[in-house]
Design a protein around this ligand. Structure first.
Ligand code: HEM
Length: 465
């Protein structure tokens, strides 16, 4: 294994010379840290990713509080407006969506070696998206269709604007075709997800719309597996090797996994539209299982070859997330084979959104946020390390509460007991508050560092040491 930080041009935008326009040499694997070299020249202003991450932290707490409000209905939830649906969307749009919007806007240009552009638009998107999600969740919780409609409109426009910015980033990408391919697939899924979501909102507004069951099924596949799933799986090829210091997995393996995932999504989408469901659904599941198997094998290889372990609370949450992904496929297989467990929808949602996406994303966020903050720290002075900006105690507390809350939710599904749901929501909220402490400490330490310039290093022989 070769581990090196390949030298990179630090200019923000490639110059017009022929040499700089030439495509980078074809490489099966990117050496560890290669895309980090020169990354400082491709950073968004710190307030952009941090405002997205900060909003995600707040929505995380609100999601658990909404679950507490809907604890009495949660174990019998089978769709429809109410606090359980509001809680679900505070997680999916508020935490997952918010974080991938911020992380994607920053990481895609870094990974694909191009200048970051359009940051005023990213600020405007945040100003539209953040209240849009709040309005949508409030409308869902209070079962007020017009509020749902207004929130959906704001959220959709913001997501479309973000898709435009991201599409531009992907078009200008140099290198990392596997990651870029996942990005394009996520954008396609985002469009289908939004179409299905707007059709669902039209149903609730009493407007003409396709049958609710069909669009709900399409939305259930395209939103978590398509939009959020494709982005998290694709960005994992950048993030996991970066954190464990290993080479990125081989491009052709990434592309095989991507092709299988796209096939699975297409087959599942056709099945939800009622086409040959009996064999398209198992065929899609087979493709998804193979793709996920390959992806996890690539991740395991990267971790094994890494110079640093994937340890601590973050490593635990990321691994828990991968177990949830496998768990969601296991539930889907049981449903497809005609032997669904009782409350299969809840099991599926818990594995997919709670255990996989939420755990994985919070595990990654607690590494990405200090990492980005450390890159912004210093400004000519000696920058602090990510761990110097991290409140480890708060993260350990969050991890314990998060795992306990998920375990209790599983017990609540099995027993149908609303009090267990309530305790789970309380523990989840305590964990979310601890995560908030971690984030507040990060921002405070970053601000302190920027506000109080450290004394210059002593001079030796006329040169700073
Ligand atoms: C503009 C964005 C979105 C809007 C307007 C929206 C709207 C809705 C609506 C109105 C429903 C209720 C369907 C019903 O029971 O009649 C629903 C269900 C659902 N949504 Fe979304 N959604 C959005 C984004 C997302 C995202 C990003 C995810 C996941 C990553 C997601 C996951 C789900 C799931 C899993 C359900 C099914 C809940 C169930 O019945 O089990 N949604 N959505």
């Amino acid at each position: 294994m070769t581990v090196s930080a390949a030298p990179e041009p630090t200019t923000a935008r490639p110059g017009p010379s022929v040499a700089s326009r030439a495509p980078p040499p074809r490489q099966a694997r990117t050496p560890a840290g290669a895309f980090i070299g020169g990354a400082k020249g491709r950073l968004l202003p710190a307030h952009i990713p941090l405002r997205y991450f900060g909003a995600a932290v707040v929505y995380h707490l609100l999601a658990w509080l909404a679950l507490a409000a809907g604890a009495a209905q949660w174990t019998e939830f089978g769709g429809g407006l109410g606090w359980p649906l509001a809680s679900l969307h505070l997680i999916t749009l508020g935490v997952l969506g918010m974080s991938v919007l911020g992380a994607g806007a920053q990481l895609l240009p870094v990974a694909s070696r191009q200048a970051v552009t359009g940051w005023p638009l990213l600020t405007a998107i945040w100003w539209l998206y953040t209240p849009g999600v709040a309005l949508l969740a409030l409308g869902m919780g209070l079962a007020r269709a017009p509020l749902v409609g207004a929130g959906a409109l704001a959220t959709t426009v913001a997501l479309l604007a973000w898709a435009w910015v991201t599409g531009r980033n992907l078009r200008g990408a140099r290198g990392m075709p596997g990651v870029v391919g996942h990005g394009w697939a996520a954008l396609a899924a985002l469009l289908l997800m939004l179409a299905a979501a707007l059709a669902l909102v039209a149903v609730w507004l009493g407007w003409p719309a396709p049958p609710r069951g069909t669009v709900l099924a399409l939305h259930r596949v395209m939103a978590p597996y398509g939009f959020i799933g494709m982005l998290t799986l694709g960005l994992s090829y950048v993030l996991v090797p970066m954190f464990v210091l290993s080479d990125t997995p081989e491009e052709r393996h990434q592309r095989v996994s991507l092709a299988l995932l796209v096939l699975a999504l297409v087959l599942a989408a056709l099945a939800t539209l009622g086409l040959a469901r009996a064999w398209l659904l198992p065929a899609g599941l087979l493709a998804a299982t193979a793709a996920v198997g390959l992806h996890l094998w690539l991740m395991a290889q990267a971790i094994r070859q890494g110079m640093r372990p994937l340890a601590g609370a973050s490593g635990m949450l990321v691994r828990l997330g991968w177990c949830g992904l496998l768990g969601s496929l296991a539930v889907a297989w049981l449903v497809a084979s005609g032997r669904p467990p009782p409350r299969a929808g809840l099991w599926f949602g818990l594995c997919l959104v709670g255990v996989w996406q939420l755990s994985f994303l919070l595990g990654m966020l607690q590494r990405i946020a200090p990492f980005l903050a450390a890159m912004h720290d210093g400004g000519g002075r000696r920058a602090r390390t990510p761990s110097a900006l991290t409140h480890e105690g708060a993260l350990r507390l969050h991890c314990a509460c998060h795992c306990a809350a998920l375990l209790l939710l599983a017990i609540a599904i099995t027993s149908g007991n609303r009090w267990v749901t309530l305790v789970a929501a309380g523990l989840g909220a305590a964990g979310a508050a601890a995560f908030g402490v971690f984030f507040a400490a990060l921002v405070r330490r970053l601000r302190q560092g920027t506000a109080t310039p450290r004394p210059p290093a002593p001079m030796r022989h006329g040169q700073p040491s």
